[in-house]
Design a protein around this ligand. Structure first.
Ligand code: AP5
Ligand code: MG
Length: 212
């Protein structure tokens, strides 16, 4: 089973991927995490990527696709694609890549969230440097360490309200056309992301139980 998980910034792709990965024994690829790992490595490529993603823009399709193909080729497990494809060109490249690897996309799940929720959700997000956990913190009494592993928590450089607004514009312009690309494929479903994480997980799980 190979799943594409779509949704605007803050829709809950990372939160749901962590749960789905465990339940369905899938390999989780977040292209955002892949790019942030390249930045953290301190490489020259990472410096170029930082300049792009910290402003909330997309890295070029060819670079993203070539980084992704290496990761996909290295696993035999079913995959959750989180944050990819983000352009129609990436969606076409993904189809071609999966065909070459004798695989196919099983289902495309869109987590639907009203934009009015996005800035406040993302402002309250912290991520653990050690275990990668995504947390929703109370800004009046913010956590100082990860409750799961004690690791240091951080806010992403692209999570300021201004950058989030720009990321939403990019989402509209470049990524919403991907929804049209998949909508007539018979593999596209939407779930309501504006409910508790547990309820969203239940709804996505029901969809995946049917296709696994
Ligand atoms: P990426 O890291 O993918 O960011 P994004 O798509 O903007 O999405 P987020 O990670 O911000 O949100 P999410 O949907 O994962 O939500 P989360 O679960 O964390 O990409 C970052 C950048 O990298 C891009 O802008 C671009 O520059 C570049 N990039 C990445 N992929 C690329 C590609 N394919 N091509 C080119 N460039 C690419 O949840 C958010 C918060 O809400 C958390 O605090 C969480 O606890 C909370 N929350 C989650 N679910 C719920 C719920 N149901 N109710 C209440 N709170 C919830
Ligand atoms: Mg994410």
């Amino acid at each position: 089973m190979n799943i594409v998980l779509m949704g605007c910034p803050g829709a809950g792709k990372g939160t749901q991927s962590a749960k789905l990965q465990q339940k369905f024994d899938l390999y989780h690829i977040s292209t955002g995490d892949v790019l942030r790992a390249e930045i953290a490595s301190g490489s020259e490529l990472g410096k170029k990527i930082a300049a792009i993603i910290n402003d909330g823009n997309l890295v070029p399709d060819e670079l993203m696709v070539s980084m992704l193909e290496k990761i996909v080729s290295a696993t035999d497990k079913g995959i959750i694609f989180d944050g990819f494809p983000r352009t129609v060109a990436q969606a076409e490249a993904l189809d071609a890549m999966m065909k070459r690897l004798n695989r196919e996309i099983t289902e495309v799940v869109m987590i639907d969230l009203p934009e009015s929720e996005v800035v406040s959700r993302i402002s309250s997000r912290r991520q653990c440097k050690k275990c990668g956990a995504i947390l929703h913190v109370d800004l009046n009494a913010p956590l100082t360490a990860c409750p799961a592993c004690g690791g240091e928590l951080y806010s992403r450089a692209d999570d300021t309200p201004e950058r989030v607004k720009h990321r939403l514009e990019v989402y509209h312009h470049d990524t919403l056309p991907v929804k049209n690309y998949y909508q007539n494929s018979g593999k596209y479903v939407e779930v309501n992301g504006n409910q508790s994480p547990e309820q969203v997980f239940e709804d996505i799980s029901k969809v995946l139980e049917k296709v696994k």
